[in-house]
Design a protein around this ligand. Sequence first.
Ligand SMILES: Cc1ncc(COP(=O)(O)O)c(C=O)c1O
Length: 376
Amino acid sequence: MNVRYIPVAEPFLGTEEVEYVLSALSKRAISGLYGEYIDKFEAGFAAYSDCSCGVATSSGTTALHLAVASLGIGPGDEVLVSSFTNMASFFAVLYQGARPVPVDIEPDTWNINPSLIEQKIVPKTRAIMVVHIYGHPVDMDPVLEIAKKHNLYVIEDCAEAHGALYKGQKVGSLGDIGCFSFYANKIITTGEGGMITTDNVALANKARSLRSLAFGTDNKFMHEDIGYNYRLTNLQAAVGYAQLGKIDEIIERKRKVAQYYNENLRDVPGLQLPVEKDYGRNVYWMYHVVLHRDFGFPRDVVMKKLKDYGIETRESFVPYNQQQIFISKGWVKDDECPKANYVAENGFYIPSSPSLEEDELAFIVDRIKLIQKGVR
Ligand SMILES: Cc1ncc(COP(=O)(O)O)c(C=O)c1O
């Protein structure tokens, strides 16, 4: 029985978030320049991600932009980016006047395919941006090896993968710089927000400066660079710090939701489920599936039927190479990343909130099976 409309994601909030925000308010520490929670959240999240430095930002997108800018990437440079991602990954490179180059994905993890990277490297290439998509870690060893061989930076887009592990190590600590998002539907949230993680103190300092208008040190208003206002407020950091106390519970709940789906959807014909490679821990940010021909119905029909049952779903990302704004400029060809295109056309994700109850999960599974059997 469906008791309510089931959204794809709901934030997992408690009383601590309210308490910390009220405390920040009562101290009138509301901006992004002052307040104990900014420091606490940065230090706590960096430590959680096995890094020595954390730089909080106003969003995941601004974290990515600061990462690219702080690495000194600019006009004339190229950055290789996993094609199948939120366009923020690509926009961050474009904001710097550099050119992103899409690399196709693996058909099972939907992450960048390391074996396709080297053929796209040219003298202008400066960095590889990997994206731990939907919470599954990228196979980092081959990526890091290629980066070392060609002297490239590695930027990790960890917007969807807080706490994910690669060979026991946290994402965000594997490359030169990691970028997280705390948007409302992320593993932990500040409403809007982001964070850079790195062990490179000089890089963190550069990002910290650019984040806040690159104010001068002796005279604040003698600026050191063309900076941005990408600050996270102390109010948002208060929410983030409270969320950090819940992150392990949230991930455990996400993994339980995924386990339920894995066990109960595995026999549905034509339904490809997410994987968990033996090199990592998937945090299942969203439970993303791909429909193949033998499911019997195309993706958009299935999404519509689920919506009629009160179950929200969301289609997969449209790859960079399929975005008309870039095709029309002649920067990319539609068929450049066929694996990403296939997933984009046949994939979607189903409700994945950490608060989902077993009767709701059973309802979702049951409706997917009914649809596949053509009962409705
Ligand atoms: C892979 C990826 N990168 C970047 C972003 C951008 O983060 P934000 O929405 O916080 O700007 C998102 C999500 O929103 C994302 O999923």
